[in-house]
Design a protein. Structure first.
Length: 447
């Protein structure tokens, strides 16, 4: 078990982007857990590490000061105080849950790194903390000089390559037929919600850092990130927090229900208001709330599960989302491994009942999801956890990039609306790559 690194605050503020650029240019395995462009609260984390397996025996709850103990987060120090950063792919979780899986995209490469050096950015207080396993003085100097060092690096491309048309796993009419099959399964009682997904891919990616800067500028989100491990990079503008463990409380914030934004303020407000009261979207959301209540009950103190928020509308530059919050108190001795086994893959990306939904989706989707529909973030040596859903994201492997998108299908789903929602979700990540939706997916009918 790694020890907790030495940490201290710096006397000056440094921009996370500058630190990230300096590290990305010199280290193969690097991360930026990003609170968003122009963030005024929350934390961002930038750092480097070495590929590592994620231990399953890190305990949630308990003694905050003991390695392997639980996270009790105070108001000043960073909530991530050393541990692991990375992702868990969808197929890994589905297989553990007992669902059939397609051969995934992960191969034998690691999906986590054990963090060796990091900088934590407290956006509310304008303070930077540096943490290191060793060489804290040297690391502090690197972070403090980051702006100067970054200014000497070659400038990032201003614009993506133009005219690239992405490839689609399904055509819109194919996806619509899969929606019909989902509704047939719901009518038969085999499932009552299915999160049906598809995939878009392209090549000729260019500079992944430039891609990420375009993605976060177009769709800023509070759980964005750039994580590169053994050559693969996950670029995310995720608005959905999957799991957070803070002071022994486990919290999840599922998103179900999406509307596009409008440049017309009146129409935009009407879209948000319609989402807030739409019966289908509310039903879809509350089904996943109930599923997550059940999942958390497997690792929480009986009677501690609460719905802290139901059907709240949160607005982002590209979309309005319907968000709920469920929490519970971690039972004594619960480990990270038990938490994943109880909750992953997330119900918002499977449907319900979970095992039945995953089994049916395996047959319907016709290929792996890979990192998309999984989760990413940090696991602390002290049991602190902050993981986001891998949605609104790009996975880059060499010169190939993939973008997943999907939506929850219920009996009340309208196929045309669901197809349009997929196009809405995929458009911004593809644009960051310089790609456009292919064929009928890019039709004005869907815009």
């Amino acid at each position: 078990m790694p020890h907790r690194p030495t940490a201290r605050p710096l006397p000056v503020w440094v921009e996370p982007f500058d630190v990230f650029r300096v590290l990305e240019a010199s280290f193969p395995d690097v991360f930026w857990l990003d609170a968003g462009a122009d963030a005024v609260d929350g934390w961002s984390f930038v750092g480097v590490g070495e590929p590592s397996a994620l231990p399953d025996d890190v305990v949630l709850g308990g003694d905050a000061d003991a390695p392997g103990g639980g996270a009790m987060i105070d108001d000043e120090r960073p909530p991530f105080r050393g541990g692991w950063v990375g992702w868990r792919d969808y197929e890994s979780g589905a297989a553990i849950a007992g669902a059939p899986t397609h051969e995934g995209d992960a191969g034998d490469r690691a999906s986590w790194m054990r963090v060796q050096r990091s900088a934590a950015f407290d956006h509310a207080r304008g303070r930077v903390w540096v943490q290191a396993d060793a060489g804290l003085e040297e690391w502090s100097a690197i972070v403090e000089r980051a702006a100067v060092t970054a200014s000497a690096l070659p400038p990032l491309p201003d614009a993506p390559p133009a005219g690239v048309v992405a490839e689609a796993r399904h055509e819109p009419d194919e996806y619509a037929s899969l929606i019909k099959r989902c509704r047939d399964l719901i009518r038969q009682g085999i499932a009552y919600q299915l999160c049906l997904t598809t995939r878009f891919s392209t090549s000729g990616v260019g500079d992944p850092v430039a891609v990420y800067t375009r993605l976060r500028a177009a769709t800023p989100a509070h759980h964005g990130g750039f994580v590169r491990i053994q050559g693969r990079a996950l670029l995310s503008a995720s608005p959905e927090q999957f799991l957070r463990v803070d002071g022994g409380v486990i919290r999840t914030r599922p998103i179900k229900g999406t509307r596009p934004r409008s440049v017309d303020p009146v129409e935009d407000a009407a879209l948000a208001a319609e989402l807030a009261v739409n019966p289908k979207e509310r039903a879809e959301n509350v089904m996943i709330v109930d599923l997550m209540r059940n999942d958390l009950s497997r690792v929480c103190v009986p009677g501690s599960i609460r719905v802290d928020g139901l059907w709240g509308v949160e607005s982002y530059p590209a979309v309005h989302q319907l968000v709920s919050t469920v929490s519970g108190t971690a039972a004594p001795g619960v480990t990270v491994g038990a938490l994943f086994e109880a909750t992953f893959p997330a119900g918002s990306m499977t449907g319900a009942p979970k095992l039945s939904a995953m089994t049916q989706l395996h047959a319907l989707e016709g290929g792996p999801r890979g990192i998309y529909a999984g989760c990413f973030g940090y696991i602390g040596v002290d049991g602190a956890v902050d993981l986001a859903m891998v949605i609104r994201s790009i996975v880059i492997d060499g010169e190939r990039a993939t973008v997943g998108a999907g939506g929850g299908i219920t009996w009340g789903s309208d196929a045309a609306a669901e197809v349009a929602e997929v196009a809405t979700k995929a458009r911004a990540p593809l644009a960051a790559l310089g790609a456009v939706l292919p064929g009928a997916w890019g039709s004005d009918i869907l815009n």
